[in-house]
Write a protein of this length. Structure first.
Length: 295
């Protein structure tokens, strides 16, 4: 089965998924395997259960995470692209001696969700200590169960709830905190209708247009859309980052729409950022960008 191409060189998810091997490591994946027209193993990417089983298998095989289970309907992100984000962020932190590793490096994930993907990959790849924040109590409960159920994650990731929906960083970053970097996967869409239309296009591409109401990667409302979409969200993140300039080395966010990059870079520079970087990430035909800034 074809896999994303042009991934970061340190990303372990290169080439093709070895689904037979993954299903040996994670038996529940076996029931989702099927053959494509060329006789290769694949899964039905339109089915959330199949996608979740694949993610669980990848996390067990590559990151030694034995238990990974999401509440129904919560965002189940594609792991190769999320891993790319972390590896490019690691490049931002690299010095003459290379990428820093170990618990002295702290990462903040804004909107970690129930899936906890960024902290898991960051900790298991580089040994960084992570803090994940989210506004959703159900998501945080599921994420905490994940941490408690895996010896590899216990004591490595802490969770914080954002109790004020009007803020992103305020109420999460505490006095005395110091983070090398913050990461964020913002809600991309500006409305439920826009999110639904995008989902329909995706399902049509998967030739599964009969069930437009079902998302193969799922997602709760706050995970998918907010007023003003990613442009408004990241602008607010930039504005709030000014107040924590001395506590975070690099701020960053995923940007799905290339057309938003110029306005967001301008916003960061106007906020006083000393350095702003745009990093393109490519997985097959799909591209996204990472915006990073520091003061």
């Amino acid at each position: 089965m074809s896999k994303p191409t042009r991934l970061h060189p340190r990303n372990p998810h290169q080439g093709r998924y070895d689904l037979a091997r993954l299903s040996r490591d994670f038996a529940p994946l076996q029931q989702h395997l099927q053959l494509n027209p060329t006789g290769e193993h694949t899964i039905d990417f339109s089915k959330p259960d199949a996608v979740q089983a694949l993610n669980a298998a990848l996390l067990k095989h590559y990151y030694q995470v034995a238990y990974w289970q999401l509440p129904p309907g919560y965002l189940c992100p594609p792991i190769p692209g999320r891993a790319d984000y972390i590896h490019f962020v690691a490049d931002l932190l690299a010095g003459p001696e290379g990428v820093p590793t170990g618990k002295q490096v702290r990462l903040l994930d804004i909107g970690c969700g129930a899936n906890l993907i960024y902290p898991i990959i960051a900790n298991r790849s580089y040994g960084w200590r992570c803090v994940g924040s989210d506004i959703d109590a159900v998501a945080l409960k599921a994420a905490q169960l994940m941490i408690d159920s895996n010896a590899t994650l216990s004591g490595q990731i802490n969770l914080r709830r954002q109790t004020d929906s009007q803020h992103i960083l305020h109420g999460v970053i505490k006095p005395g905190d110091a983070f090398a970097v913050s990461v964020c996967n913002p809600p991309f869409y500006s409305s439920a209708a826009e999110a639904a239309a995008a989902n329909q296009r995706k399902r049509s591409n998967l030739k599964q247009a009969k069930s437009p109401q079902q998302r193969n990667f799922a997602g709760q409302q706050h995970e998918l859309w907010c007023p003003g979409g990613e442009l408004a969200f990241i602008r607010q993140l930039i504005a709030e980052s000014v107040d924590f300039a001395s506590q975070v080395g690099w701020f960053s966010s995923l940007v799905s729409q290339q057309r938003h990059l110029k306005a967001l870079e301008t916003a960061a520079r106007q906020a006083g950022a000393a350095e702003v970087k745009q990093i393109k990430m490519q997985q097959g035909q799909k591209s996204s960008h990472l915006l990073a800034w520091r003061f």
